[in-house]
Design a protein around this ligand. Sequence first.
Ligand SMILES: Cc1ncc(COP(=O)(O)O)c(C=O)c1O
Length: 402
Amino acid sequence: MKIETFALERWMTTYETKVAYDIAESGICPMTTAELLEILPPQERETALADLLALPLGYSEAPGSFELRSLLASTYQDTGPENILVTTGAIEANFLLLNVLLEPGDHVVAVEPAYQQLGAVARAIGCEVTPWRLRPETGFRYDLEELEGLVTPRTRLIVVNTPHNPTGAMLSDAELGRIYDLAVATGARLLCDEAYRWLEIPGGEALAAPIRDRGDAGISVGTLSKPFGLPGLRIGWMAAPADLVAVCWAMRDYVSLSPGKLNDALAVLALRHRDRLVDRTQGIVAQNLATAEAWFARHADVVAWTPPRGGLLALLRYALDIPSLELANRLAEEYSVMLAPGSAFGLEHTLRIGVGQAPAIFATGLERTAACLADLQAGGIGLRPDADLALASPMLVGGSPS
Ligand SMILES: Cc1ncc(COP(=O)(O)O)c(C=O)c1O
């Protein structure tokens, strides 16, 4: 398989271990194993630690331990452990599903901009991928009528992501239901990347129920990476009809075989105490959103954003006449701040920001960003004549990320 370069991942790996203020991250700030154990009631903590230390590090149950799959299954309706395949992050679940479900020449409709994998794998397979665009001029709202015009009797798969990376857009429960009905009427499947599940904005809109709950045409992909600050466990999953899970598992035999045993055990602990982790997440997000709102208000002459409706991500728009890649590189190299270039998503004059970072780092990252923008202006970089921060109008720089 020949596949396009994953623009954002390549850029992130250049800087993510080098900068001090990573405010581009798509997840909530990571927990240590000690912090994870601390959320357990004291009487459970010691036993849990002893169990972890005594765990033989052999191969684990290939589809994920029965306990982990049962815990995950219980978060969906009419779903048992046979409907769950634990994978190496949501990224592996998406990869397996796209490879199993699609043939060269198939028609796919996939949200764009997006986490690049969602369109790129289908393109690499040789599918015809029609983008369903979230447009800046509509504040990145999903336009369902447009989708209805894109889906044809040849469409085999519709790919959505809600809450959305990178815009923070969301599909309501009713909208997701309408897409599900469209998929069923067309004879297509609906793959819903729910990597940002459990990430409701504090005091904000409720997230749609997972697509798996609607029936067998819907496939949910989930992960512990984003909502719980556990990306290092590399634990993701798919929730799907048992026959589809079985075929994906058979393909996985050739890729990663099974989850790490210790990771599976830590994932069980995390899921058993999911509510505590959600509380932690909500506290961090609420604090960062307040910091961000105040910062955007203070610097309204050069920056603006549409705050996330769900999840952790949004696009920061800036008025300076400098390409996003150049600005992001400068921020990283000279100010030790990471904000991801919008060009990686095909949206120029934007930077992707994540509100999941530790609040002190987030606040300093924003102050340094303001300093960078002021220094650039002092150095002669002016405002773009066409920049209108009042409108959500970043310049589109072509379809797929480069
Ligand atoms: C929409 C989306 N899906 C999937 C992933 C992959 O997440 P992981 O493999 O860490 O579970 C990401 C990571 O950024 C993402 O944003």
